[in-house]
Design a protein around this ligand. Structure first.
Ligand SMILES: [Zn+2]
Ligand SMILES: [Zn+2]
Length: 146
C-alpha cells in the first residue's frame, strides 16, 4: 500500500449487517439540529462527517440498506436518508445541495476519536436545544470500552 494513502476508516450499523470502509482523511464534520435529524436519530441532534461519495465502499449489507426520501426538510431540499432495515441505524445522508458528498453519522464510525472531535460547525442553530453544554451531572458510567 502506498504510504500516502490515508488509513481506511471503518464503520457499521448497530447490528453490523451493514459495514463499510472510507478511504479519505476525515476533515469536515458538523452538528445538525434540524427537526428531521432529531426524528431520524431519536435524539436531540446529529453529528455527521462528510466524505466524497466515491471514497465510501460497502463491504457487507448493500442489500440491507434502505433509503428514505426525506422531503419535509428544514431547507426545503429533499435528503436521502439511508439506514439498516434490520436494526434501523442511520448510515448515510445525501443532499442535492452537495452532490458527490455523503454524510455519515459519527456514531456509525468505529474510530471513537471521530466522535470526540469538536464539530467545525452547526447547522440550523435556530432549532438547537438550549441545554447543550449545560448537563450538570454524569451518571451511568460505562462498563466497557468499544
Ligand atoms: Zn443494522
Ligand atoms: Zn439535519
Amino acid at each position: 500500500m502506498a504510504s500516502s494513502a490515508p488509513p481506511a476508516i471503518s464503520g457499521s450499523c448497530l447490528c453490523k449487517a451493514v459495514e463499510f470502509t472510507i478511504e479519505e482523511e476525515p476533515a469536515a464534520h458538523y452538528l445538525c439540529h434540524c427537526p428531521s435529524c432529531k426524528k431520524v436519530s431519536g435524539s436531540a441532534f446529529m453529528h455527521n462527517w462528510g466524505f466524497a461519495k466515491e471514497a465510501i465502499k460497502y463491504t457487507t449489507g448493500t442489500e440491507t440498506v434502505r433509503t428514505f426520501a426525506d422531503r419535509n426538510t428544514h431547507t426545503g431540499t429533499p435528503l436521502e436518508r439511508s439506514f439498516c432495515r434490520v436494526c434501523g441505524s442511520p448510515v448515510a445522508i445525501q443532499t442535492a445541495l452537495q452532490p458527490g458528498r455523503v454524510f455519515i453519522p459519527a456514531g456509525a464510525l468505529d474510530d471513537t476519536s471521530l466522535q470526540d472531535q469538536v464539530p467545525l460547525s452547526e447547522n440550523f442553530v435556530d432549532a438547537r436545544v438550549a441545554w447543550i453544554g449545560k448537563v450538570a451531572e454524569k451518571r451511568m458510567a460505562g462498563r466497557k470500552k468499544a
